[in-house]
Design a binder for this molecule. Sequence first.
Ligand SMILES: [Zn+2]
Length: 551
Amino acid sequence: MKSKILVFIATYNEKLNISDLFYNIIKISPEYDVLIIDDNSTDGTKETLEKLNATHACLTVIHRPRKMGVGSAHRAAMVYALKNEYEELVTMDADFSHSPDTIPNMLEKLETSDFVIGSRYMKGGKSDYEGYRKWVSLIANKFARLTLGIKIHECTTSFRAFRVSLFNSLNLSAIKSNGYSFFLECVYELKCVDAVMTEVPIHFKDRFHGNSKIPKTEIFRSMYKLASLFLSRFYKIQTDLSNPAEIRSSCYLCNSQCVVEINHGNTINDTVGAQAYKCTSLEHKSKPQVINCLVCDLSFVPESSYPKNIETIYAEVQDPTYLLNKKSRYRTFQKSLTQISPFLADKGNLLEVGSYCGFFLDTFKKKYNDWDYIGVEPSKWAAEYARNQLKINTRTGTLEDNIKDLSSDYDAVVAWDVLEHLSDPSAFLIQINSVMKLNGIFCFSTLDIENWFPKLMGKHWPWLMEMHLFYYKTDTTEQLLNKAGFKILGAEKYIHYVSIHYLVGKIIAILPGWLEEPLNIARSAMPQKIMIPISFGDIKLYICEKEEVVY
Ligand SMILES: [Zn+2]
């Protein structure tokens, strides 16, 4: 039978401490399960954990692909405890600064409270910190107590015990900090849901092996967090994000259930039709539900939140507005072709997937007349336009529909603004791999939300829209590509050229409705011909190489 108590430790380069700590914990009670989340350690911690994992059923190890932050690891552990129906969760550092012997005492206290924290600053507590670290920690905790109205003496240590049922009311989607300020934010949110909080005195020892990993910038982050939490006491905005307890979906990429909601979504129209899936769609006010995986960091729209017949919808898309912006589209493709040119040979064959009205291929054939080329496009209307108006060799349908009739040795494949629209990008990339020559070049553009612009705009970011199902960061894009046998050779900003006229139309679509009419009048007076490059870095162009065959 599964234990009801979970002890959690986050690791990053803790090879010298982690085995001893693990054995010390399981020695206390056979009732404890242990969860360790490792952020891609480079000192052999990973291998040590794998050895322990192979011989101890009570241990679960989660390897994350990169350093995603200690706060994010703790949040993942809290969601893990909730989803795996543990009753109590204990969290602690990996470096022996917290003594495992205190765990039983904390669990005892948890019988009459919701949350217990190991406290250095209450009577009987002690800290071995010296110098500036001592004073920063002491002052931060005093300040937090004073400004946030928290009754306990300690808010920042990670040595904690939670009653897991508390996570049904403590909304883990709403906690934002990924670094050390998570610990403060978490205590403040606990206070806001009226959790019963208790502290037990601890002797906080300086780490046994290795150096402290708290970067100095974390001090400023914590100060900023403290100030923003203080202000939120006066204007706390109710979050609309769903609690992870209510999210049934697991991660598309790593299958983890440790997911939180990052955008609640407000699908205005239940019967989202082909209208919202046009390239020039202005349906920016209708936003999808987006969830983020705390293990691999992928952000995506859960399958339950978008129409099942998405391929039929794309097949039916008609978009005459796109043709009105023909000039700016050609300009955009001329630029991307310049960016990928250094990777293309003098001769070869190229496939474009999602070739729409054929503007890229038309640009390509003029510059590369020794190349063979073909386009594949789901929209019947767009494919017909490419064939009839531009005489571009285009097949109608998805890549999957056409794969049997395509060559299997393309030198280059391109897919502009496609990857974020697909319901199964992994399968798509594997299909691309299967039609390419080894060492062939695959170029594409897609979203990058690890960028200042989407961060600044939040839910008003214009590319957060119904037709986009995946919101990548360079790291998650790379994980997907590697799985499909590709390696990234280069990544650059993707530059869209737009007419001022079109841009203003997009801006109007984001602004409140009452501004629409006056701005549309102003827009009609604007020149249609002037084009400007738009490149915030939130759309990236990737150049990749097929380095292995994947089936
Ligand atoms: Zn994941």
